[in-house]
Design a protein around this ligand. Structure first.
Ligand SMILES: [Ca+2]
Length: 120
């Protein structure tokens, strides 16, 4: 019984890693799963709902799976990042998340508008 549970946990981590390439899966992720060196974004407040985990500080396009849906974020990189409403860091900066910073609920100004981010 216990061994089955552990196998399931490993499989879940694998799906998370693959989701960065494939554009995500419609499942919830415990924020503790956000790896060091990644920026993690969730569709709902308090790190719930759909999510993507993106390696590094820059993501030029969050993709259709998460576009304009992000509500909570955790920046586990060593740089602060700026959030943008358009692909390729276009549009007015919506907000900044400090290195190692997180927010369980983005401001109304940034909520459900993020399409890209990068170190700034
Ligand atoms: Ca949302």
């Amino acid at each position: 019984m216990k061994k089955t549970f552990i196998s399931g946990a490993v499989a879940a981590v694998f799906v998370t890693a693959a989701s960065v390439v494939a554009g995500g899966v419609p499942a919830s992720a415990n924020p503790q799963q956000c790896p060091s060196g990644y920026v993690c974004a969730w569709g709902d407040s308090n790190y719930e709902g759909r999510y993507i985990f993106a390696p590094g500080t820059d993501l030029s396009n969050i993709g259709s799976f998460m576009n304009d849906l992000t509500t909570s974020m955790w920046n586990r990189t060593g740089s602060r990042i700026c959030l943008y409403p358009d692909a390729n860091y276009g549009g007015e900066t919506l907000g900044i998340i400090l290195a190692g910073g997180s927010t369980p609920n983005l401001s109304a100004h940034a909520n459900d508008k993020i399409t890209s981010w990068r170190a700034c």
